[in-house]
Design a binder for this molecule. Structure first.
Ligand SMILES: [Zn+2]
Length: 153
């Protein structure tokens, strides 16, 4: 993967932009794009679910979050990787507790849940470390205390 900076993306034609936005994870700086769009692994084709069955491990590989039934579609929660604050898509995943809308800020809801946060991508972990003051990713609750401290406003 490589970062395709927003100014570079903005200069592309509409068809290429649409394809890239359909496959790539966004960050505030740009899209994380595959090195070669002609060779996209199956992982780039995976859909979102608000009740995902796969997430990332430390090596950025997808791993099962629970037992997966034969024939069950593999889905990940885009909040495990998406950090583009402008990203927004309607969700029709049909899962219990579907958020209805998926945004590039959804990780902020999930960072408190160790059962979800442990499946965040390495890139998202780097983003969180950069945007939250004095965070300890291993202790997500410290992130909440830091960001909701009324004395800091
Ligand atoms: Zn959903």
């Amino acid at each position: 993967m490589r970062l395709l900076a927003w100014p570079v993306f903005d200069a592309l034609d509409a068809t290429t932009k649409r394809k890239l936005k359909g496959y790539c994870v966004g960050t505030p700086e740009g899209l994380l794009a595959p090195a070669d769009l002609n060779y996209i692994s199956v992982a780039w084709q995976m859909n979102h679910s608000c009740q995902p069955n796969v997430g990332f491990n430390a090596a950025e590989d997808f791993v099962a979050m629970r037992a997966i039934q034969r024939g069950e579609e593999l889905c990940w929660d885009y909040a495990f990787g998406e950090s583009n604050p402008k990203f927004r898509m309607r969700c029709r995943c049909g899962a219990a507790g579907c958020r209805g809308v998926v945004t590039g800020r959804d990780w902020q809801m999930l960072v408190n849940d160790p059962d979800k946060a442990k499946y965040f991508s390495a890139e998202l972990r780097r983003h969180i470390a950069a945007v939250l003051p004095a965070p300890s990713f291993e202790n997500p609750l410290s992130l909440i205390a830091t960001t909701s401290d009324p004395s800091s406003t």
